[in-house]
Design a protein around this ligand. Structure first.
Ligand SMILES: N[C@@H](CCC(=O)N[C@@H](CS)C(=O)NCC(=O)O)C(=O)O
Length: 210
């Protein structure tokens, strides 16, 4: 398999899943700043976004949610996603969908405020609105971690690979998670997993913990 990723982006989630699952893959790093593999990425994904997975059969898969599910099914014994027809699988995919469509999207105004509004005060207003949204999502995640090591229970799943990745962005937008005790210990727990450590070293993100 070929895996297109860019360091410090949402593709870290799939990178973690690949390492957790012990799958063989060829990493292809994309950097827009250094113009590294950008033309190749644009060919495989017309949206120009990572992650992209090229399967062993040469098929192209985009979108974190789809790639995470596909990868987990390549090694079901690792139990990063429960078997088909189990409700646990649906619950895990529900969290994956939450991270993709609620949590990750809530950060966009921080990274794109300059494209969204001309004046600094309007940009700040947009960022304040996004921060409020992120705080409410953090409260929701905090409640859902009560009494659990991982987001769906006591074992690590693809939902954790993705949730951990996006929660790490709070540090870059200066939103503190200190008041959220469950999230804080969850982040440390995931951070310390050997596969996660491997990825963070490969992506030069050893200070990822918020
Ligand atoms: N919905 C997509 C989002 C992909 C996405 O936004 N990727 C970002 C990195 S987090 C990217 O490649 N941005 C570069 C660009 O769009 O130019 C997914 O879940 O895979």
């Amino acid at each position: 398999m070929k895996f297109y990723f860019s360091t410090a982006t949402c593709s870290t989630a799939c990178h973690i899943a690949l390492e957790e699952l012990g799958l063989e893959y060829t990493p292809i790093e994309v950097s827009w700043k250094r113009d590294q593999n950008v033309a190749e990425l644009n060919k495989v994904n017309p949206l120009g976004a990572v992650p992209v997975l090229i399967t062993k059969q040469g098929k192209t898969l985009t979108q974190n949610a789809a790639i995470l599910e596909y990868l987990a099914d390549q090694n079901p014994t690792a139990k990063l996603l429960a078997e088909k027809d189990s409700f646990e699988r649906n619950q895990t995919m529900s969290w994956v969908a939450f991270v993709a469509s609620d949590l990750q999207k809530a950060f966009s105004p921080f990274f794109q405020s300059k494209e969204m509004a001309d004046t600094e005060s309007a940009q700040n207003q947009i960022k304040e609105f996004a921060a409020k949204k992120i705080h409410s999502l953090l409260d929701y995640i905090e409640q859902n971690l009560v009494g659990k090591d991982y987001i769906i229970g006591n074992h690590f799943t693809i939902a954790d690979a993705y949730l951990f990745t996006i929660l790490g962005w709070t540090k870059w937008v200066k939103i503190s998670i200190v008041g959220h005790k469950n999230i804080t210990s969850y982040m440390k727990r995931v951070f310390e997993r050997p596969a996660v450590q491997n990825v963070l070293k490969k992506e030069n993100l050893t200070d990822y913990l918020p």
